[in-house]
Write a protein that binds this ligand. Structure first.
Ligand SMILES: [Zn+2]
Ligand SMILES: [Zn+2]
Length: 275
């Protein structure tokens, strides 16, 4: 069984009810945090996934809304661990530079805490692994794969596939339909995909909002990707505009017109199990 918890279903637009983009995947006793948007640790705590228990962090791309709270994940893991537990962070090329800059910004805090706590003698030291394509990790119980996606001009961007016990879940991140994502999705049990309601966004008529249409998948395109790959369950997240309670069926119907499997969507902490 693989469990998916939508920790944050929001987008860059602040929302009082939706945390920023982040998804938790649990499989075989491992916990993976995919992206770390606004408020991620509030939701991770609600899901019973403290940062000091994470197996690894998976970063789909370096857009700020997916990383606003990575500093919180790094710091909180560090100060709540009683022995050095470097956080493995797997992300696209460029991740190393972003994490190094974050650590530089945390330098005063790291100094204060080490000076204050006699038993805290080590610095956070996350382990960054930059990846674009192929096997990210394989510990014999869980295997994680990555492949390039298409979120240009945000480049590079990647999607992940988490495999355990003959089952697989794919995390697309932000992308338009592309060959890399198709490859990751082939035969997967579930696909978690950022979606845009192109009809609603276009109706607003704001050029800066219109810009997002050309580098994200619409609900219909995400559904087509899932159908093409024979995915069992399509999980919609990162709703733009925000999913208004009571309109879930509208989103579901748009996906169902192109996808014959199960469709899941909802609020933060919505949980889907496959396998
Ligand atoms: Zn993005
Ligand atoms: Zn995004």
């Amino acid at each position: 069984m693989i469990e998916i918890v939508l920790l944050g279903t929001g987008s860059p637009i602040p929302d009082p009810h939706r945390a920023g983009p982040a998804t938790l995947v649990r499989a075989g006793g491992r916990s993976f945090l995919v992206d770390a948007g606004r408020g991620v640790l509030l939701r991770a705590t609600a899901a019973g996934a403290p940062p000091n228990g994470l197996t690894a962090m998976l970063v789909t791309h370096l857009h700020s809304d997916h990383l606003t709270d990575l500093n919180d994940v790094i710091t909180t893991r560090w100060v709540t661990s009683f022995a050095p537990t470097p956080l493995p962070i797997h992300g696209p090329p460029g991740t190393e530079r972003v994490v190094a800059s974050l650590l530089a910004s945390l330098e005063p805090d790291i100094g204060y805490r080490i000076a204050h706590h006699d038993d805290l003698t080590w610095t956070p030291d996350p382990e960054v692994h930059e990846v674009l394509d192929g096997v990210v990790l394989d510990d014999g119980v869980v295997r994680v794969l990555a492949a390039p996606t298409d979120h240009r001009p945000v480049e590079p961007s990647i999607g992940f596939r988490v495999e355990h016990d003959g089952h697989a879940v794919v995390l697309a991140g932000d992308t338009v339909p592309c060959a890399g994502l198709d490859r990751l999705c082939a035969g997967a049990d579930a696909l978690v995909h950022t979606v845009i309601r192109a009809d609603l966004v276009a109706a607003v008529g704001l050029p800066r909002l219109d810009d997002i249409l050309d580098y994200h998948s619409s609900v219909e395109q995400a559904a087509q990707t899932a159908e093409r790959a024979g995915v069992g369950t399509l999980v919609l997240t990162h709703y733009v505009p925000a999913l208004v309670p009571g309109t879930e069926d509208e989103w579901r119907e748009r996906a169902a017109a192109h996808f014959s499997g199960r469709i899941e969507l909802g609020d933060d902490l919505h949980t889907v199990r496959v396998g």
